[in-house]
Design a protein around this ligand. Structure first.
Ligand SMILES: Nc1ncnc2c1ncn2[C@@H]1O[C@H](COP(=O)(O)OP(=O)(O)OP(=O)(O)O)[C@@H](O)[C@H]1O
Ligand SMILES: [Mg+2]
Length: 459
């Protein structure tokens, strides 16, 4: 199909001239109009593949034409012609949605190339837009499921915070309660998100690597820095920087982060220039961060800085009314993924699920349904399909050990031996909860794991 181009100009002679030129190679079929009404009438009979419109016309401007066309077709190639490079109105045309503006007299080669490119790119643009739309759906407020008042509150919080251009947000809640989900929802439902959503888990990397990831570095800043690299703070400019597990930040990085948050300026490692950025900062932790502040493990000033807007997500055991709805949602998800047709969860299976207290929260529920769906036949999900609850590894909130409890460490040990013994007893007192032990020891889970490995304390 040869693409159809509508040309609108109150100077019909000029429009015809343009049409004749454009039509030469037989690449476009052109129709000319000397007033907008004729164009819109014709369009309702037969929509064009592209429109070229003059900017200044009596009674109706090219900008209004552009706006109207754009409103009904977000991907229609629209080109605006200006008589004498009137920059300001030309820019206004771009804002109204024109692809491009060209100054009269028009360079025909340029117009042909631009037109052809816009027509070729159209399917791709449409695809990108539809993917973006799906992503927005997937990550929007609507992805936060549940009818419990506390989930309603979470959604209301997301909406409120999304309206603010550059908030600092702290999300609290046990593991698996949906902190990542909420962070994404804030980003993807915000009109202020012009940049990317960038996520980093502060407990996943040793402090120095994390610092380099966050702030970036200049070539030569350290031995391995052969190229300069932008840090995630820069990458997230205009968007959202999500610092997950912020409770695991080292003291040193806590200080650096505070500096950055106060000025919204930073330097790359080894860099001299200050870089200024503007973005939404979301932090999250599943720790009792106020307790960390009381134990002086987490800087109070940083805590106040990040907790401007705070929201705590409820554990699943406190919103059990929502369990059937969530379980059913995951049944649908895995139906699709495993190409199954399990039509429901049996009342008995649901009862078993209701009776469990879900220390791993929604994530644990999701994992349980996933496993069950592997075994379920194509009718319904029954208790025998369910894995043994509690068998899927999760971290539980642990034993009642508090800072201040006494351990016995024999004298005569080297410092390393004493450290090993102290770690062993702490782990024991925490009932094996690595999370809690790491908290009490004031080190990251990763660091604790390394120490256990070194001392042969991995069971
Ligand atoms: N209200 C909810 N509606 C739908 N899905 C949910 C909800 N809450 C949690 N989930 C799902 O549960 C899983 C765990 O959620 P998420 O990763 O956001 O938890 P988290 O609080 O960040 O956990 P962690 O502290 O371990 O990082 C994800 O698959 C998420 O999509
Ligand atoms: Mg998380």
């Amino acid at each position: 199909m040869i693409p159809k181009v509508y040309i609108l100009d109150d100077d019909l002679t000029y429009a015809k001239l343009l049409a004749a030129n454009l039509g030469k190679a037989g690449r476009f079929r052109n129709e000319v109009f000397d007033n907008h009404q004729a164009l819109f009438d014709r369009r309702s009979e037969e929509p064009p593949d592209a429109v070229i419109t003059d900017l200044v016309m009596p009674g109706f401007s090219g900008i209004e034409v552009t706006r109207r066309l754009r409103a009904s077709d977000p991907h229609l190639p629209i080109f605006v012609l200006t008589a004498h490079g009137d920059m300001e109105t030309a820019i206004e045309a771009l804002k109204a949605g024109a692809n491009e503006y060209l100054t009269k007299p028009v360079n025909m080669d340029e117009l042909t190339t631009l037109l052809q490119r816009a027509l070729d790119e159209r399917p791709l643009r449409e695809e990108v837009a539809s993917i973006q739309k799906v992503r927005q759906e997937e990550f929007s407020v609507r992805a936060i499921l549940g009818q419990h008042p506390r989930i309603e509150e979470a959604r209301a919080f997301v909406r409120r915070v999304a309206e603010i251009p550059r908030p600092t947000v702290l999300l609290l809640g046990e593991s698996g309660t949906g902190k990542n989900l909420v962070a994404r929802a804030i980003h993807y439902s915000s009109p202020h998100s012009t940049g990317r959503f960038v996520e980093i888990n502060c407990s996943a990397l040793p402090s120095q690597l994390l610092e380099a990831e966050l702030f970036g570095y200049q070539k030569g800043a350290f031995t391995d820095a052969r190229e300069s690299k932008r840090g995630l703070i820069e990458v997230a400019d205009g968007g959202t920087l999500f610092l997950d597990e912020i409770g695991d930040l080292s003291r040193e990085l806590q200080a650096k982060l505070l500096n950055f948050l106060e000025s919204r300026r930073f330097r790359r490692l080894g860099g001299t220039d200050e870089i200024e950025v503007s973005q939404r900062i979301i932090t999250a932790t599943n720790r009792d961060i106020e307790a960390s502040v009381r134990r002086s493990e987490f800087r109070a000033d940083l805590y106040y800085r990040v907790s401007v807007a705070t929201h705590e997500l409820p554990p699943l055991r406190e919103i059990k009314d929502d369990l059937p709805l969530l379980a059913d949602h995951f049944r649908e998800v895995f139906n699709r993924e495993f190409r199954k047709q399990v039509s429901r969860i049996s009342p008995e299976a649901l009862k078993t699920l209701q009776d469990w207290d879900w220390p791993g929260n929604v994530r644990e529920l999701r994992n349980v349904i996933e496993r069950a769906m592997i075994f379920a036949d194509d009718t319904q999900l029954t208790p025998t399909d369910l894995p043994e609850l509690g068998s899927i590894e999760i971290e539980v909130e642990p034993a009642e050990i508090e800072a201040g409890d006494t351990f016995r460490i024999p004298t005569g040990l080297t410092l390393a031996e004493a450290e090993k013994e102290y770690i062993r007893q702490t782990l024991e007192a925490c009932g094996g909860s690595v999370q809690r032990a790491a908290e009490l020891l004031g080190i990251s889970r990763k660091n604790l794991w390394e120490k256990r490995k070194k001392y042969g304390l991995l069971d």
